[in-house]
Design a protein around this ligand. Structure first.
Ligand code: CA
Length: 233
């Protein structure tokens, strides 16, 4: 049974989510403030954290950062007001894996949670992909640039594995979203861009640490992404 830490100060929304989570067989801990949430994560782990960014006591982004630090492997989904696009970006940069805007649609939330808990795309999970000096091992869920192991979060790994499965090939945003996240993904795909940005940063950092040249993730405007093997020259 997966455990969910729910952080939501609004009694109505919190009750709705808490009931829905329990009905879907999640073990739920409901915290009504940032302070309560930080106390909860200092006591026990959770598979998933659903975090409302608008909290009465602490800045939700700070709570997100603290939860990420305490629970590096957990999935964090942030909740924001509909018009708070900037919060989404800041929240994702603070370590969130995904976001939903209010009003929350329960079917969508549950689909997302299931997608996050499903580790890796179903088909290609155990393959090893080599692109230049990048090596992605699907069965071990580890990736290296030369000798340097990349520290990747679950979905970053899945995305890199998906791109590396077809190097030098344009892959559409829709295909990436459905393969890495969920078959019925709806709404904005900013989550994808943030994960690509994180991968680029980690590949560059590994190369800067004296590693070999990293493959590049090329942006194809209006289409998707392509993993480019580095120039041989
Ligand atoms: Ca709130």
């Amino acid at each position: 049974m997966a455990s969910v830490l729910l952080v939501e100060d609004d009694e109505t929304i919190g009750r709705l989510l808490d009931d829905a989570l329990r009905a879907n067989r999640y073990r739920t801990i409901w915290c009504r403030s940032g302070g309560e949430a930080l106390e909860a994560v200092s006591r026990e782990a959770a598979d998933l954290v659903i975090l409302d960014l608008g909290l009465p006591d602490l800045d939700g982004v700070d709570v997100c950062r603290a939860v990420r630090q305490r629970l590096p492997g957990t999935v964090i989904v942030i909740l924001t007001a509909r018009d708070a696009e900037i919060d989404v970006v800041v929240g994702l940069e603070a370590g969130a894996d995904d976001y939903l805007t209010k009003p929350i649609r329960l079917t969508e939330l549950m689909a997302r949670l299931r997608a996050h808990l499903r580790r890796g795309p179903a088909g290609a999970s155990s393959a090893v992909h080599i692109v230049g000096e990048l090596r992605v091992d699907g069965s071990a869920r580890r990736a290296w640039l030369g000798e340097h192991e990349l520290e990747l979060r679950a979905k970053e790994f899945d995305l890199l594995a998906r791109l590396a499965a077809e190097p030098a090939t344009a892959i559409s945003r829709t295909a990436l979203m459905s393969d890495v996240w969920d078959d019925n993904w709806r709404g904005s795909t900013k989550t994808l861009d943030v994960h690509v940005a994180a991968l680029r940063r980690k590949l560059e950092q590994a190369a800067d640490l004296g590693g070999p040249k990293a493959p590049e993730i090329a942006t194809l405007r209006g289409f998707g992404y392509r993993l480019e093997p580095p120039d041989r020259g």
